[in-house]
Write a protein that binds this ligand. Sequence first.
Ligand SMILES: Cc1ncc(C[n+]2csc(CCOP(=O)(O)OP(=O)(O)O)c2C)c(N)n1
Length: 321
Amino acid sequence: MGDVTKEQLLDFYKTMLTIRKFEDKAAELFAAGRLPGFVHLYSGEEAVAAGVCASLTNKDYITSTHRGHGHLIAKGGQVDKMMAELFAKVTGYCKGRGGSMHIADVELGILGANGIVGAGQPIAVGAAFANQYLKNDAVSVCFFGDAASNRGTFHEALNLASVWKLPVIFVCENNRFGISMNQKDHMNIVDVSQRAISYGIPGVTIDGNDVAAVYETAKDAISRARKGEGPSLIECKTWRHYGHFQGDAGLYKDAQEQEEWLKKDPILKLEEKLKVLKFAKDTELKEIQQQIQGQIDAAVEFAESSPEPSPEDVLADVYAP
Ligand SMILES: Cc1ncc(C[n+]2csc(CCOP(=O)(O)OP(=O)(O)O)c2C)c(N)n1
């Protein structure tokens, strides 16, 4: 477990639980027809965002994906403004114009969720180039899925990042599916990390459901990038608990595999660890759960009581009307 402290593990727990409870609430609201647009849930993958973002500060950038709620929360996004964005309210991060797939907060270094698969990869490289040019020792982290590593953007991004030794960490969240397509049908390798070899950068595959492992691995890669030692690729093997988006029953998943992965739920694993190490008792974990549920319920209240955008503002913030 390396040097992960009790405080750090409890912090991971809070972050991961905030993500899970946010997603549970989003699922419930979407099923009730109260959220416009699409919702792609991150449930099951929380250890990746929490473990990676723990070593970042606001001056570091992240690029996210269509499945971005977890990255945003782990990077410091406020759940009330996120929820308001899902409700398309003016108090949302993008004044209700972006929805789930376009939440951004540049002050927090969140360069945006993104509905275009693989689009975050070159953006993260550009941000890393800016940091290198400014010599500010900040890094950028690019989250993406296994299927996104098949895009040309991925290969161009890794190549340029390697050639220019840019401070960027590519974090592949390998949940084994691109929509309904199993990884074995969309690439002929088992580990996405092997792709790092072609670009002469370090590549590693880890258990993405073990937050301590993610934290330790990402911390090293981030520290190397800060020191000017260049980019890395970290592949986190994980599993999304639900379908590709809400409404997809995920019938293409093998039932037994689904059951096995649910037993490896990163939050259950962390609860076990906290108890085995005597860092927390059941009662303390319950208190944290109630506190976080209260924050999520308050976020929903905030979103519901916020005003709708007004039709007169439809052209505001439009750069090329
Ligand atoms: C450029 C582009 N091609 C196709 C799509 C349609 N699409 C949306 S999500 C997705 C699969 C993404 O899979 P992966 O990158 O593994 O991420 P995951 O959904 O598993 O988190 C696809 C093909 C898109 N949004 N953008």
